[in-house]
Design a binder for this molecule. Structure first.
Ligand code: UD1
Length: 421
């Protein structure tokens, strides 16, 4: 199994190009199920999660053509052969559940495996199910699969979500585009990936208003057509690389970066003593002092601090001056990076959903193990500033969400290499 070896202590300088968002692409791809005509996605990221979604869609009969080394994906659902999302694919990636809404909307039926437990928490599907039931779907759980049908088609409805779930908002938004009448999603998630999905659906002919606010209104139409859509910048990859010079020193410009995608994160960086400046091509980042300052962070739904940047922020705060308190409010088990950071010399105490990080002067390189996608990258970032060598194993998690990470970091001067065992 591959591992990544990072040798700390080199300041980073230069530019890093930020890719299209994994989490946007994973909801844009199933949107193809809503139309017989092709959907072309440009600026698609090259990641193993995208390959998993491709395999899932192909198993339903979708034709997927990858061009420009995977940056352009053309999807066509004109000859569907199945409406069943099999456990073997769904268990690899929770986002597979995003086929449920579109399948129900266009084919009036779907059988989708439950994703099962996940390393960062239980992640159930109740919000998706309750919402689609409000739109007249009949859904039952049998043999680990959700069996859903909507005889006569989905009907528009008022759909209040008990929590602003990203996936549930996306499923309902897609389903409602072809439902009869008007759907109003209340307490909708406001993440930029949802705004991107709404934009794409609108190019396909959907009638949507209010994306990016708590209430989204969708007027169902009879059919959707072809569209070409550029995937929005990945704000989590952006935030991750914005932290690289905070760990290692130097100045890095993240090409394609936008302040509106990372507002709450930038506020915390500013409080920690980091300068972020807008440039014509993106965002430039440099720390003001030798050591960052401690800050408290609570993860929230967008526009709050993203849970997907919590691990990276914790790793940074391990060497900040003072004590930081991090509270994880989205997932119940998302501090698995803490024991690994402690192996590198960090002083962290975890109690339930709260971690107290007392800043130490420097971390020391160590062999560490990645436990999930964002935890893995936090260990690589920590390695950039640590004394000596850090070997991160189980990096298949990384390839799910970061394309060409070694090239991107070595391009700005990091000493990093992938080693095959
Ligand atoms: C998406 C992102 C993920 C990110 C998360 C929160 C994708 C592909 N993934 O995941 O990277 O960390 O948003 O920003 O876009 N929940 C329920 N019942 C449900 C659905 C969710 O209890 O029916 C709970 C989950 O267990 C979790 C919380 O709600 O604790 C957030 O989940 P949700 O917003 O749905 O995240 P995902 O869409 O799975």
């Amino acid at each position: 199994m591959d591992s990544i070896v990072v040798t700390g202590g080199t300041p980073l300088n230069g530019q890093i190009a930020i890719a299209g968002a994994k989490n946007a692409a994973l909801t844009l791809m199933p949107a193809t199920l809503l139309s017989e005509e092709p959907l072309t996605l440009t600026n698609a990221p090259r990641l193993s999660d995208i390959k998993t979604m491709t395999a899932l869609l192909q198993s339903l009969g979708v034709e997927v053509t990858s061009m420009q080394d995977g940056k352009v994906q053309v999807l066509s659902s004109h000859a569907m052969t199945s409406t069943t999302a099999d456990y073997d694919i769904v268990r690899k990636m929770r986002a597979s559940n995003l086929v449920l809404g579109p399948l129900l909307a266009r084919h009036h039926e779907a059988v989708v495996s439950l994703p099962g437990g996940c390393a960062i928490g239980a992640r159930p599907m109740d919000i998706h199910v309750t919402a689609l039931e409000a739109m007249s779907a009949e859904i039952e759980l049998k043999d680990g699969y959700l069996h859903a049908k909507a005889p006569g088609g989905l009907k528009g409805a008022k759909v209040p979500l008990r929590f602003a779930s990203v996936g549930a908002t996306e499923n309902v938004l897609m389903a409602a585009t072809l439902a009869k009448g008007t759907t109003v999603i209340e307490n909708a998630a406001r993440e930029p990936e949802i705004v991107d999905l709404a934009k794409c659906l609108r190019s396909m002919g959907a009638q949507i208003e209010g994306e990016g606010t708590r209430q989204i209104t969708i007027q169902g139409v009879d059919r959707l057509g072809a569209a070409t859509h550029p995937v929005v910048t990945d704000r989590i990859e952006l935030g991750t690389y914005m932290l690289a010079p905070v760990f290692a020193g130097g100045e890095v410009e993240c090409l394609g970066g936008r302040l509106d995608l990372v507002g709450s994160f930038v506020e915390k960086l500013d409080a920690a003593g980091v300068d972020v400046t807008e440039t014509p091509d993106g965002l430039k980042v440099k720390r003001r002092t030798d050591r960052a300052k401690a800050v408290d962070v609570t993860t929230e739904v967008f526009p709050g601090f993203p849970t997907d940047l919590q691990a990276q922020m914790m790793a940074m705060l391990c060497t900040a001056e003072g004590t930081s308190v991090l509270e994880e409010k989205i997932f119940e088990n998302r501090f698995m990076h803490a024991p690994e950071l402690i192996r590198m010399g960090a002083d962290i105490e975890v109690q339930g959903g709260v971690a107290t990080v007392r800043g130490v002067e420097r971390l020391k390189g160590a062999p560490v193990m990645a436990t999930d996608l964002r935890a893995s990258v936090s260990l690589i970032l920590a390695g950039l500033a640590a004394e000596g060598e850090t070997t991160v194993s189980r990096i298949y998690h990384l390839d799910r969400g970061y394309e060409h990470i070694e090239e991107k970091l070595s391009g700005v001067g990091a000493k990093i290499e992938r080693v095959s065992a």
